[in-house]
Write a protein that binds this ligand. Structure first.
Ligand code: DI6
Ligand code: FE
Length: 399
């Protein structure tokens, strides 16, 4: 099949090829939506070249399409008043306990219909897509009733269909205890496992299951019950872990072979070791760190030393991370968390794919993977981490 060939510098992000998996003056051949060949342009097989459409992008750098592996993109309203109040001195937890926080977004999201949720999420998604994002994970968790959780997940699926972006949906019904269940968190967990999860599964709306394990949300044993139901349904899990305190979340996630544990500011040494053994990805969310005014960064050096794969994501949500720029997350992961630019770029490509169970499908420029990439007007891939957002791709190829 005659395909298309792009000539440019390649940041393949393949491990074992040196920094960024770089191939200067490379060639990327695609056909039928897959990558068919990657290498030095000078070594391109003549048989591939024959009949192919060739695009010479000169000095541009091609990276894998970017992957935002942790978002709460679908929600109604905004929480700038809470942000202002928190800047005035109240903490994120105090705001949550005072009924601002997540539950205020739950009220707004319940009141919104699918069309309104779709329109507001589209405006945020557009900003991610303009930055070369080709895969985005979207969580539920602002409905907290069966119909409202399904409504959010349907909107997430619709975003994928309408915009040609790969959407992975995550059921986060265990995000907060809804007002109807105040003081009865265990009964709400029963409702999740007996009713919400099966219904979402039956409609084909769930790719993974997440929970918020925290003093203001769900306990380790409640989280474990949600995870057991997910496993029984054949679903992988993720966890909002150790964001505001060390609740043993990293080790809990690892013990359930979680795809990822996310936030992790307070992850313990034992948690890091457990994650390394389980192959659980550590997802760094610097937007949330900055917005809640946290003072303890996640133990990046510990993850690095233990060989835990690190991803980076926006955590786009109206409370703790009103951020719609994955490149800004990359920049902040370097400046605030001391990740290297190469680690942060791997965090929105190869390791983000792993955090979604999509390794082998996307996240690198390698033969057999989906033909998803972006070409950038930069002199070196580290520039994508250096600029504080605002770099626009020359070309984006989506699925
Ligand atoms: N951790 C977060 O950072 C978001 N959810 C979570 O479990 C915050 C969600 C919100 O404040 O609306
Ligand atoms: Fe989150």
């Amino acid at each position: 099949m005659a395909g298309t060939i792009f000539l440019a510098n390649l940041a393949t992000m393949q491990p074992g090829l040196g920094a960024y998996g770089a191939i200067p003056r490379g060639a990327l051949a695609i056909a039928g939506g897959r990558i068919t060949w990657v290498g030095q342009a000078a070594a391109l097989p003549p048989a591939l070249r024959a009949g192919a459409a060739i695009h010479d992008l000169g000095e541009a750098w091609i990276t894998p399409g970017l992957i935002d592996c942790h978002t709460h993109l679908v929600f109604a309203g905004e929480r700038s008043a809470e942000y202002e109040a928190r800047l005035g001195g109240i903490s994120y937890e105090e705001a949550a306990r005072a009924g601002r926080g997540i539950l205020s977004t739950v009220s707004a999201t319940r009141a919104a219909d699918e069309a309104a949720l779709l329109a507001s999420a589209e405006s945020r998604l557009a900003r991610l897509l303009a930055e070369g994002v080709t895969t985005v994970e979207i969580k539920s968790g602002y409905g907290l009733t069966l119909p409202d959780e399904l409504k959010m997940l349907r909107v997430a699926r619709a975003l994928g269909k309408r915009h040609g972006v790969r959407v992975r949906t995550t059921l986060l019904a265990a995000h907060a205890v809804p007002p109807e269940f105040a003081g009865r968190a265990d009964a709400y967990v029963d409702h999740i496992t007996a009713d919400i999860l099966p219904a979402a599964l039956a409609e084909g709306l769930v790719d993974a299951v997440d929970a918020f394990a925290e003093a203001i949300a769900f306990s380790p044993s409640q989280t474990a019950r949600v995870f057991a139901a997910a496993a029984a349904a054949g679903l992988r899990v993720k966890l909002h872990a150790d964001q505001l305190s060390d609740g043993g979340g990293a080790a809990l996630a690892a013990s359930h072979r979680a795809l990822s544990a996310d936030h992790l500011e307070y992850a313990s040494a034992a948690g890091i070791t457990a994650m390394a053994r389980a192959g659980t990805v550590a997802v760094m969310l610097p937007g949330a760190f900055a917005t809640v005014g946290a003072d303890q960064p996640p133990p990046v050096a510990g993850f690095r030393a233990a060989g835990v794969a690190m991803a980076v994501a926006t955590d786009c949500n109206p409370g703790s991370s009103p951020m719609c720029s994955l490149l800004l997350a990359v920049n902040l992961a370097c400046s605030l968390f001391r990740m290297t630019p190469e680690e942060a770029l791997a965090g929105v490509t190869r390791n983000a794919a792993k955090a979604l169970g999509l390794d082998g499908e996307t996240g690198m420029l390698a033969p057999g993977l989906a033909a998803e990439f972006a070409a950038w007007p930069v002199g070196h891939p580290r520039e994508l981490a250096y600029w504080m957002g605002g770099v626009s791709p020359l070309i984006i190829n989506r699925k």
